[in-house]
Design a protein around this ligand. Structure first.
Ligand code: HEC
Ligand code: HEC
Ligand code: HEC
Ligand code: HEC
Ligand code: HEC
Ligand code: HEC
Ligand code: HEC
Ligand code: HEC
Ligand code: HEC
Ligand code: HEC
Length: 308
């Protein structure tokens, strides 16, 4: 019985967690840290291991960084057994590895990062759509790289589009928020590490988000247009649309989702919405905005019908 239990422990060496002190039969930390590792993982290796030395993680003078602690093993866990020379044709003992293809469960990988980074920005990570759906920190971040694409506005969208295909198509529409050109990033509107707001928005409500950049739409207006303070997405889509500017539909259809044709027709040859009537003075090809130009609200004393 005791023997059986012992074998189980040996078969699951990672079950104890890479960051915890090495248990019996598991690997221990190396004596010389990075120096041991880079004997084999040197400039000749296919994977660019050494570029980490040019990143913020490799600042031994900063006591919070991995290189002020156990160096490579702060992230990769105890590696003494892995670092042992093995006879030709044999494999190195396993070591903590990262990424979606790693043998280590993603939750365990993320725990290593969160060990140092579970601060204000990632306080809601575990309950977020990313944290809750087993997305790895390193599905977005590159650690052994001098340049982390996801934190560069022009390159960030492509990282996201790897998983969010539909949004790729949305940002290819004729009318878009200028994310393609790096003027905005996805992270200008989304807090990808988790928030209390729906859809990972940076602000508690959609309108609060829009007002951060389009402050003039907040008003206050003498004459409000009710659907505007209610929700900008009554008329706009946030990413992209075939109808400029970012409209869900074009007028008159846009407007007539809420406003009846009756009494204010927009189809020629109708009156009160009925066929055969006299032409209406208000038709004008359904261009509601030609007259009601202040669709977001008006501050003119005579702007009650949003015309000025
Ligand atoms: C004696 C040479 C040697 C030393 C020393 C060494 N490694 Fe390795 N390491 C290898 C080889 C060879 C591989 C390729 C994969 C294999 O055969 O297991 C590898 C693979 C890895 C991997 C990928 C594992 C995977 O499952 O994909 C990581 C991570 C790694 N090493 C980190 C380290 C760290 C950290 C150290 C220092 C503690 C270290 N290595 C020391 C030879 C070495
Ligand atoms: C801050 C955490 C961190 C530190 C410190 C770190 N690594 Fe890594 N390492 C990673 C992550 C994450 C990956 C997965 C690839 C990526 O995102 O860049 C990785 C990948 C690797 C790989 C390639 C594994 C594969 O799947 O092929 C090797 C080898 C490796 N690291 C060795 C080292 C060595 C040697 C050091 C010390 C000089 C080191 N690492 C320091 C986090 C770290
Ligand atoms: C031992 C602690 C430690 C571990 C483990 C760790 N980090 Fe860090 N990380 C730091 C520190 C310290 C900084 C520098 C913060 C600063 O300068 O404000 C940093 C910076 C970063 C940055 C910003 C880099 C920059 O250039 O501004 C990213 C992204 C990051 N870490 C991601 C990760 C990920 C992903 C992992 C897991 C694979 C990880 N870290 C593991 C301590 C750690
Ligand atoms: C969906 C992609 C994505 C995932 C997954 C992700 N990040 Fe980030 N991360 C970003 C983006 C984008 C930024 C830059 C924008 C910002 O600061 O919010 C960033 C910035 C950072 C920074 C530097 C700025 C700061 O907030 O301190 C750190 C550190 C970091 N991430 C750590 C992590 C850790 C740890 C994980 C896993 C628990 C993780 N990230 C998962 C996309 C991601
Ligand atoms: C490795 C795959 C992956 C990457 C890369 C990724 N995501 Fe996600 N994302 C997911 C998964 C899985 C979910 C949760 C399921 C869903 O809603 O599709 C999600 C959810 C979201 C949501 C919330 C959706 C909702 O309905 O609540 C937003 C917003 C989001 N991601 C934005 C981003 C942004 C911005 C980036 C790039 C910085 C990014 N994602 C990168 C996989 C990814
Ligand atoms: C101008 C702000 C803004 C930008 C920039 C932005 N988003 Fe969004 N995104 C939103 C809003 C607002 C919603 C919520 C829509 C809703 O609730 O109807 C949203 C929703 C989402 C969703 C959830 C699914 C959906 O369509 O409702 C995903 C995934 C997403 N965004 C990914 C991205 C990615 C990836 C990028 C960058 C390529 C990005 N977003 C850029 C504002 C933005
Ligand atoms: C981080 C800043 C930012 C946020 C947040 C933001 N926008 Fe924008 N918006 C922009 C920029 C930049 C442009 C492009 C302006 C230009 O081209 O002159 C733009 C353009 C627009 C346009 C005009 C598009 C066109 O084709 O001319 C509309 C409509 C719009 N935004 C609506 C919204 C709505 C609705 C929200 C909230 C969901 C929102 N914006 C949130 C920055 C932002
Ligand atoms: C009732 C429908 C409707 C609602 C609700 C609405 N908009 Fe608009 N918006 C429009 C129409 C129609 C246009 C085009 C105006 C034009 O062509 O003169 C427009 C144009 C815009 C533009 C680009 C031109 C400009 O005026 O700067 C921005 C930015 C914008 N809206 C932001 C917002 C924001 C932010 C909200 C929420 C606070 C919002 N809109 C709510 C219908 C609406
Ligand atoms: C999501 C529903 C909705 C959409 C879409 C919408 N409206 Fe409105 N609109 C309202 C509501 C609600 C009121 C307030 C009605 C009231 O006070 O009786 C209003 C008021 C108005 C008024 C002032 C009416 C009055 O009696 O003072 C005008 C003019 C108007 N809308 C024009 C438009 C135009 C033009 C469009 C298209 C660009 C449009 N609306 C799109 C819901 C909408
Ligand atoms: C030729 C200018 C013109 C056009 C085009 C026009 N309107 Fe009007 N609209 C008016 C005038 C003038 C009034 C005020 C009528 C009154 O006070 O009796 C009005 C009133 C309204 C009202 C207030 C309710 C009512 O019937 O009095 C709504 C809602 C409205 N219009 C919506 C629309 C919509 C939706 C469209 C596009 C299909 C549109 N308008 C096109 C001039 C126009």
């Amino acid at each position: 019985m005791q023997v059986k239990l012992l074998l189980l422990c040996l078969a699951l060496p990672w079950a104890a967690g890479a960051q915890e002190p090495a248990a019996k039969g598991e690997s221990a930390y190396t004596d010389r840290g990075a120096d041991t590792c880079i004997k084999c993982h040197d400039e000749d290796s296919k994977f660019p291991v050494l570029s980490i030395f040019k990143t913020k993680h490799a600042q031994p003078a900063d006591p919070r960084t991995p290189f002020a602690k156990l160096q490579c093993e702060s992230c990769h866990g105890p590696g003494a057994r892995h670092a042992e020379e093995v006879p030709e044709g044999q494999k190195q003992a396993p070591i903590m590895a990262f990424g979606p293809k790693s043998w280590v469960p993603i939750e365990k990988q993320n725990q290593v990062c969160l060990g140092c980074h579970e601060d204000q920005a990632r306080i809601a990570w575990k309950s977020s759509p990313h944290g809750g759906n087993d997305v790895a920190c390193v599905s977005c971040h590159q650690i052994h790289a001098t340049h982390d694409a996801v934190r560069t506005a022009t390159e960030q969208p492509d990282v996201c589009f790897n998983c969010h295909q539909r949004q790729r198509a949305e940002f290819d529409q004729p009318s878009v928020h200028p994310v393609r050109f790096g003027q905005l990033a996805c992270s200008s509107c989304h807090q990808v590490h988790g928030t209390v707001a729906a859809k990972l928005l940076l602000k508690p409500t959609l309108n609060e988000l829009c007002y951060t950049c389009h402050a003039e739409k907040r008003g206050p207006f003498l004459w409000e247009h009710a659907p505007v303070p209610e929700d900008c997405s009554n008329c706009h889509t946030p990413h992209g649309s075939i109808h400029a500017p970012l409209l869900t539909k074009l007028p008159p259809l846009l407007c007539q989702q809420c406003h009846s044709q009756l009494g204010h027709p927009s189809i020629a040859g109708t009156a009160g919405g009925l066929p055969g009537g006299a032409p209406s003075a208000f038709v004008l090809s359904g261009a509601c905005l030609n007259c009601h130009s202040q669709v977001h609200g008006s501050n003119s004393p005579s702007g009650v019908k949003l015309m000025r």
